[in-house]
Design a protein around this ligand. Sequence first.
Ligand code: AMP
Length: 429
Amino acid sequence: MTFNDLNLIEPILRALQEEGYTNPTPVQEAAIPIVLNRNDLLACAQTGTGKTAAFSIPMLQLMQASAGKQPQQAIRCLILTPTRELAIQIGESLAAYGRHLPLRHTVIFGGVPQNPQVQALKRGVDILVATPGRLHDLIQQNFIRLNQLEYFVLDEADRMLDMGFIHDVRKVVKLLPERRQNLFFSATMPEEIQKLADQILRNPLKVEVTPVSSTAEKVQQFVYFVAKPDKRKLLDWMLRQKMGNEPVLVFTRTKHGADRVAREMQKMGHTAEAIHGDKAQNARQRALSNFKSGKTRILVATDIAARGIDIDQLAFVLNYELPNVPETYVHRIGRTGRAGNEGTAFSFCMDDEKPYLKDIQKLIRKEVAILETPPNLVSEPVAVAVFESKPVQQQNRKPMNPMPTSDKPKNSRNNRRRRFWSKTKTAQA
Ligand code: AMP
């Protein structure tokens, strides 16, 4: 199938051609006709599947079809998304796909002065992309009214839950007019998210693509069993010997860890920057654009900061620390091998992280290939872990392995994220 088969209008087809897109991704193929038919949509799709275009393209088309029939200043579409980076990325996608349409959009998020955002709102926007906190602030100050809204997109709903935004989302939904079209995107469907979907959506059609456990399939995955003091040398060796001159996205569990790894890599002669929630918005943007332009080779990120990082053709992802939530591993490695490209993910696994690896292998239903650390880099040997591989029933999974007490989170909401869709299909929800 090509985009020409999806009944899209010429200005959008032209923009897609200019973007270099020819074939829709599976989520786009399934979702675009549903949205164009004015149905509500419940989509299980994660970053990297082309989900942004899956909601942006048909919405732009519907809005263009009825343009000019609304009050001048009315916000017609709200796209609510958990992170600033994702909001910016959605704004860029709207600008790209809608470049030949007269529809106006703006992006609002916290951590920066509100005045330029307020000025943009005053000039009038058709589409508002927002993170929940700043949206709330500006609603309270009467800069935003949502009473004329026609389209509501909730992006990465499960991430909203993880980040503690679910109440803000509920408050926003209460302000929306009854008559509206809703598009709901989530990578996973834990119970609380399903409840939220039931509250927001009306007779939705459901699109289930690329279950979280199968996105991992197109990424080659390797693990090194390595002690903490040896990680630095191993990464340095990999950067020099295994990864050509390619950029590498490195993940750590903590902000502190991200800063430390970036500093260590700089000391070893590499260009590296860290990106995490404690950094000012402009510092995060600068680090991201340095990485995208090739000025910085290594971007060290925490999971939350990494949401929304959109880098085409990223060849390598490295888990400097394994995540304690197996789904996070899949999100991380999904940053490589995007839009059909091949990618490679390496992980470092310490002794006390072996239970995490076990959970990850259960989720992805395969074993991660083990690589041997070059002996001259080993100061403290770590035994190779071999796990029994049994297929698991996702619905009946037992609680995850306990974490080392040192980094147990205070509120492990992720423990509830258990249920996954497993097939690609479209059905009445
Ligand atoms: P997303 O899942 O929305 O974060 O998109 C992932 C990446 O795929 C982005 O870099 C998009 O620009 C790219 N992309 C989305 N749809 C297509 C398509 N149909 N063809 C090629 N690239 C695409």
